[in-house]
Design a protein around this ligand. Structure first.
Ligand code: FE2
Length: 304
C-alpha cells in the first residue's frame, strides 16, 4: 500500500461526499463502469485461472431466506457459468482477485481513496480483498451478513440491494464466524420497516457496513459487480472474537456478541492470534485448504 494521494474513482451520489464507513449504508458513484477488467470475457478468464476454492457459484433462482437449506449447484464449470450467464440462471463470485496484479492495483487505489475520504491513513484500512460477482437476470443473493467493511461497485446491469442495521436485526450467533458456517441467516419479516433499499446501475456504489445483513435482487439483465472489502483495527478484532465465540458456542459456551465485553474480547483476540500460528500454514497452502474443505468442513454451504 502506498501513501501517495489516491486517484479519484469515487464521487458523491448526491451532495458532498460523506464518509460514514462502518456507520450506515450510503450510495456513491464510481468511474469504473465499462472498464475492460470487468467484461464478461475477463471474468470468464479469471474464473478459469483462479484456484477452485476461490470460486463459488450456484443456481440463483432462490428465495431471500435460504437459512438451513441446501443451495443448488448448477452442474457447470465456473468459466461456462459466466459464458452462459445470460441463460443459465446462476450467481458466481470470484474471490481473491487481489492476487492478480491489475485488480490489486485497482483495489489499492479504491481503498486508499476511501481512507483519504474518511480522514484516516491508508494503512488504517487493511486486509483488503477484491471480489467479482456475475449474476443472471433475476438472480437473488439471499439474506446474509459479511464480517468486513464492504463496498459494492456496479459495473454493468442493475441490481437492488436491501440492507438492515445489524445491532437491531441479528443475533450474537448470526455474527459469529467459522469456515463451516454459512453466512446465510434467517430473514425475519418483522424487521422490514428497518430496511434500506438501494437501486444500483452501472457506475453506482454502495457502502454495506460491517455485519449489516442484506440481500440482493438482480435486474432483468446480466449484472457484473465488484466487491471491495477491508478492515480497520476494531473490525479486525471483532472478526477474531467472533471466530472464537463460535468455537465456544460449539462446545456449549455461548457468548455475548463481539464488541460488547472489552476485557473478554481482548483475551479472545489473543487466543485467536495464538491459534492462528497453527492455522495460517494450512490456510496458505492450497492442498491443505482443499483437504480441510473436503474432509473436515464437508457439507459447509457456500458463502456469498
Ligand atoms: Fe454480501
Amino acid at each position: 500500500m502506498n501513501q501517495i494521494s489516491p486517484m479519484d474513482h469515487f464521487s458523491a451520489h448526491d451532495g458532498g461526499i460523506e464518509m460514514r464507513v462502518g456507520m450506515s449504508p450510503f450510495k456513491m458513484r464510481h468511474d469504473l463502469a465499462g472498464n475492460p477488467l470487468f467484461s464478461l470475457e475477463a471474468m470468464a478468464d479469471l474464473a478459469s485461472e483462479l484456484p477452485r476454492d476461490k470460486v463459488d457459484y450456484n443456481l440463483a433462482n432462490l428465495p431471500v431466506d435460504v437459512s438451513g437449506k441446501h443451495v443448488p449447484f448448477n452442474g457447470m464449470s465456473a468459466a461456462n457459468t459466466i459464458k452462459e450467464i445470460e441463460t443459465c440462471g446462476s450467481w458466481i463470485v470470484l474471490k481473491g482477485m487481489e492476487h492478480v496484479p491489475a485488480y490489486n492495483v485497482l483495489l489499492d487505489e479504491l481503498i486508499d481513496e476511501l481512507a483519504h475520504l474518511s480522514g484516516v491513513s491508508t494503512s488504517a484500512f487493511d486486509n483488503r480483498v477484491a471480489l467479482g460477482f456475475v449474476t443472471s437476470p433475476g438472480g437473488v443473493t439471499p439474506y446474509h451478513l459479511d464480517s468486513e467493511h464492504n463496498f459494492l461497485l456496479q459495473m454493468s446491469g442493475k441490481k437492488t440491494i436491501t440492507i438492515l442495521p445489524h445491532q437491531a436485526t441479528t443475533t450474537a450467533e448470526d455474527t459469529e464466524i467459522s469456515p463451516a458456517k454459512s453466512r446465510y441467516i434467517q430473514y425475519q419479516p418483522g424487521f422490514a420497516p428497518l430496511e434500506q433499499t438501494f437501486e444500483l446501475s452501472a457506475g453506482d456504489a454502495v457502502c454495506v457496513p460491517f455485519n449489516d445483513p442484506h440481500y440482493v435482487k438482480n435486474g432483468d439483465a446480466v449484472s457484473v459487480s465488484m466487491g471491495i472489502t477491508f478492515h480497520d483495527l476494531e473490525t479486525w478484532q471483532r472478526r477474531k472474537v467472533a471466530t472464537v465465540n463460535h468455537m465456544l458456542r460449539r462446545i456449549g459456551l455461548p457468548q455475548e456478541r463481539a464488541g460488547t465485553q472489552h476485557g473478554k474480547d481482548q483475551m479472545k483476540a489473543a487466543a485467536y492470534d495464538a491459534l492462528n500460528t497453527v492455522v495460517d500454514p494450512i490456510r496458505n497452502n492450497k492442498k491443505a485448504r482443499q483437504f480441510v474443505k473436503r474432509h473436515v468442513l464437508r457439507g459447509a454451504a457456500a458463502t456469498p
